[in-house]
Design a protein around this ligand. Structure first.
Ligand SMILES: *Cc1c(COP(=O)(O)O)cnc(C)c1O
Length: 428
């Protein structure tokens, strides 16, 4: 495969866009080489500017769960566009998608739409702080909740009780209100809460972590988090930006049978347009302006094109009784195939999977948190990534990303992928 035109386009982009990309994860910094420029996509396939076809295992980082250029979404957006693209006034569409989302997701009465997952998480935290009248939040190392200041925090040197900024531009003042806990470690969380009595407004967590590769919660972890929240007057925020409308109709809350107090959405909920949302029971949501004191707003929030795309996506998922089972079966088939060929080629690895989220880590020990995820061999991953690319398979250009399986993948695509992994494994 040749990437001549992509390289040229990247060089042009670098002149006017920092790093040539509008989101850093698109750059090939951790694998080397230059990003591939997409021309178009359909179903499970990407077509790049050099005329290569790639089987897509990222799917816009999740949203294209039913495939690229999914007909009902394309139709909904093109029809809506003719009627005007933004009004800054309410539309019936917003109520329709809100009602559908509320009917699909357990344990929520009201939902507000925003423009990204970042905005959803940021707003959920403000709401939790306003509701509890407390300032501090707890997040888990390795969980990603968007690029808002309070989430760009890493463990402080030696000090367990407060974090430090992990990006210049985040102030120490902001960092002191975000405490960092270890994923899948209840004792660590318990001691953090005990050290900050009556100060924690919320614990925000990816119920299935997807931003350090796929890291499912260990048995009892989320149940323990839920219990600690109840005992300490803390609101539990599930960041379901990745898991929402992917692991089940009702997301991780449904699949794992645990109720959160506030739930954040993004990715799938917008059907490929910029949409995020946060939701909770009425008592909490009524704290938002204009009903309540917590301010939150957006000129383009509930945008008709975005809502039309999201509604078409949610309707398609809601009306397809077998969709999540089908995704489970396809991903399980892929997982079994990868196990088979990696084992046959004596590769050292661990596979984590839950539903249609899967990741391959190049280390033998179980991956249960950021520390164990970081043990993966990045040199092996680089070879794996570029090897698969040569075979026409696109996975995320970073070892710490989940693969997002789309229903558009056929079993032939999966077999092709497993064969390619077999071939590439022999070179690792
Ligand atoms: C992608 C993601 C976000 C951020 O969403 P954006 O739309 O990129 O702002 C937040 N939380 C999780 C779990 C995500 O995977």
């Amino acid at each position: 495969m040749l990437y001549q035109r992509s390289s040229q386009l990247f060089a042009e982009a670098e002149k006017v866009i920092p790093g040539g990309v509008n989101s850093p994860v698109r750059a090939f910094k951790s694998v080397g080489g230059t990003p591939i420029f997409v021309k178009q996509a359909k179903g499970a396939y990407l077509y790049d500017e050099d005329g290569n076809r790639l089987i897509d295992y990222i799917n816009s980082w999740g949203p294209m769960i039913l495939g690229h250029a999914f007909e009902p979404v394309v139709q909904a957006v093109t029809e809506r566009a003719k009627l005007g693209t933004s009004f800054g006034m309410p539309t019936e569409l917003e109520t329709q998608i809100a009602a559908l989302a509320v009917s699909m997701v357990p344990n929520i009465d009201k939902i507000r739409f925003v423009n990204s997952g970042t905005e959803a998480c940021m707003s959920a935290v403000r709401l939790a702080r306003g509701f509890t009248k407390r300032d501090k939040i707890i997040k888990f190392a390795g969980c990603y909740h968007g690029h808002s200041d309070s989430f760009l925090i890493q463990a402080g040197s030696g000090a367990m009780t407060f974090g430090t900024p992990n990006s210049p531009g985040v102030t120490a003042g902001t960092a002191k209100d975000t405490l960092l806990a270890k994923y899948n470690d209840l004792e660590n969380l318990r001691s953090l809460i005990e050290a900050n009595p009556n100060e924690i407004a919320a614990i925000i967590v990816e119920p299935v972590a997807g931003n350090m590769g796929c890291v499912p919660p260990t048995k009892g972890f989320l149940e323990g988090v839920r219990q600690l929240c109840l005992e300490n007057g803390i609101l539990l925020i599930f960041d379901e930006v990745m898991t929402g409308f992917r692991l089940a109709k009702g997301g991780a809350q449904e699949l794992l049978n645990i109720n959160a107090d506030i739930v954040c959405f993004g990715k799938v909920i917008g059907g490929g347009l910029p949409v995020g949302a946060f939701a909770a029971r009425a008592e909490i949501m009524n704290y938002l302006a204009p009903l309540g004191p917590v301010y939150q707003a957006g000129t383009l929030s509930g945008n008709p094109l975005a809502m039309a795309a999201g509604l078409a996506m949610l309707e398609s998922l809601n009306n397809d009784a077998a969709i999540f089972q089908r995704l489970e079966e396809k991903t399980a088939y892929l997982e079994a195939g990868i196990h088979r060929v990696l084992q046959a080629n004596n590769v050292v690895y661990t596979i984590n999977r839950i539903g249609s989220m899967i990741s391959v880590h190049f280390d033998a020990s179980p991956v249960i948190d950021l520390q164990t995820a970081a043990k993966g061999d990045n040199e092996t991953f680089k070879k794996f990534f570029h090897g698969l690319l040569k075979e026409g398979i696109y996975i995320a250009p970073s070892a710490y990303e989940t693969w997002f399986i789309t229903d558009a993948l056929s079993y032939d695509d999966l077999d092709f992928t497993i064969n390619a992994i077999d071939k590439v494994s022999k070179t690792l």
